[in-house]
Write a protein that binds this ligand. Structure first.
Ligand code: DUC
Ligand code: ZN
Ligand code: ZN
Length: 467
């Protein structure tokens, strides 16, 4: 039996803040308290540091096809980046091919991840084709531990499902469990705007944002909530960027509806003027929904502080600038959508959230770890520091500065959207089930250390997150 003792750290969870020692035995937290000289195989001194549950990023894309190219991180490089950033579990997305049973893509994603991931991982299934005959496959996916499904209200020529198919899926989860996650943008209206922009010769990256207005996100979010209310079932809104969408969620939650939402650091910290960067540099910032005008940032921060937003994920979807983003020169619709993020989420939220007094330390832990564990059926195995929980622990040094740069990052991407930003605070040591994956800020783990985490279905969703 291998044992690790973490001594003298300030343990911060969603609800606690106290100096405690932590004993991890065989991958699980065994005891907490004043454990002084308790004998252990490994002792980590955390004095003066914050000790938090491993981060959970419930929205990443590794090794995923996108048009004629692939996301530049695979399950090794992407999970190394996650680990050095203080994230010990990711939830990634197999994508169903139209005409295939969704389970086909799940098998493919097991092939991409097993033996490669350096931290634990789970899957949500993207459903891009949902004839009634496939509805029972959702039950088979839940049996495999894949208990949430992402559906698109955007991309009419690719993954979009119409309202009838989305409503059927919501009704199915109402009867059978599972959680529907929705990409909320009005795809058909956006498509018209895109065609008009291209016809007018407006091909530069900034027209990506101009053709995806925030109202189109607000409208789709309201529609998603209405469909879920009719079906009497919870719904989770992914990658929220717009104040209009947040208002819709706030109104619904105010009525007691089980509506949940995540945002991402780029929507809190970067704005659409980045898309007008000189030359073709704006392509680095093309993601969907797009970056918004800065007036949305404060609203999203307020939503996080007030509880209408429960989770910060990253929608990590890196592509190299040099040979991938270039595919959209002369036509912004061909720019691969996405940007890296998994490596900096926990630190960005500490620096801009906690240090700038927008959120408390406890709230930082909730939105980067605990709430995702609760919403996606892995709490208290993950997202908690308590006896019986996995020994996924981050020792975060609030005094350690870090400067973000493509030169030093672990993410396999030739640029960093936050290039040159200096943050106060960084992960020092990261343990996954008691095993060190990061020591003194450096990756010390190995490919294949991660385990696939089966998640429980929706009937065990935490109701304490409903306002
Ligand atoms: N939605 C995502 O969640 N990720 C990448 C692109 C998109 O539209
Ligand atoms: Zn999406
Ligand atoms: Zn995504």
């Amino acid at each position: 039996m291998s044992t690790t003792l973490i001594t003298g750290g300030r343990v911060i969870t969603a609800t606690r803040d106290s100096v405690e020692d932590i004993l991890i035995e065989d991958g699980r937290i065994a005891r907490l308290g004043d454990l002084g000289d308790f004998p252990a195989d490994r002792v980590v001194d955390a004095s003066g540091k914050l000790v938090i549950p491993g981060g959970i990023d419930p929205h990443t894309h590794m090794d995923t096809p996108a048009g004629d190219t692939f996301i530049s991180d695979d399950f090794y490089t992407g999970t190394v980046a996650a680990a050095v950033g203080g994230t010990t579990t990711i939830i990634d997305f197999p994508i169903q091919e139209k005409g295939d049973d969704p389970r086909v893509s799940l098998e493919e994603w097991f092939g991409k991840s097993e033996g490669k991931a350096a931290i634990d991982w789970a899957f949500h299934q993207i459903i891009a084709d949902l004839p009634p005959a496939y509805l029972p496959s959702l039950g088979a996916l839940i049996d495999e531990g894949v208990s949430s499904f992402k559906l698109f209200m955007a991309y009419p020529n690719a993954w979009m499902l119409d309202d009838g198919a989305i409503f059927s899926a919501l009704q199915w989860t109402s009867d059978n469990g599972g959680l529907i996650m929705l990409h909320c943008e009005n795809g058909p209206a956006i498509e018209v705007l895109i065609q008009q922009a291209i016809a007018a010769g407006h091909t530069e990256p900034r027209f990506h944002a101009a053709t995806r207005p925030s109202i189109a996100e607000g409208e789709a979010t309201s529609r998603a909530i209405a469909l879920a209310e009719i079906a009497r079932v919870p719904v989770y809104v992914v990658h929220m960027s717009a104040a209009e969408a947040l208002s819709a969620v706030g109104l619904a939650r105010g009525r007691g509806l089980p509506v949940y939402a995540e945002t991402c650091p780029q929507y809190l910290l970067l704005s659409e003027d980045k898309l007008a960067s000189p030359g073709f540099q704006g392509a680095k910032y093309v993601c969907s929904p797009p970056l918004r005008d800065p007036s949305h940032h404060d609203k999203l921060w307020e939503g996080l502080a007030a509880g209408n937003l429960q989770v910060v994920s990253t929608d990590h979807a890196p592509f190299h600038y040099k040979d991938q983003k270039q595919m959209g020169r002369g036509d912004f619709t061909k720019i691969p959508n996405g940007m890296p993020g998994v490596e900096w989420r926990v630190s960005l939220l500490y620096n801009f959230g906690v240090r700038e007094n927008r959120i408390s330390l406890n709230r930082w832990v909730e939105i980067t770890s605990t709430n995702a564990a609760k919403l996606f059926g892995i709490y208290p195995q993950k997202g908690e520091i308590a006896p019986g929980s996995d020994g996924d622990v981050v020792i975060f040094d609030p005094d350690r500065p870090q400067t973000l740069s493509a030169e030093t990052q672990m993410t396999n991407c030739d640029y960093n959207p936050y290039e040159g930003w200096t943050l106060q605070g960084a992960p020092d040591t990261v343990l996954v089930r008691g095993e060190p994956v990061v020591s003194d800020g450096q990756f010390v783990g190995r490919a294949g250390m991660g385990r696939f985490i089966k998640r429980r279905p929706a009937e065990t969703l935490a109701t304490d997150l409903i306002s």
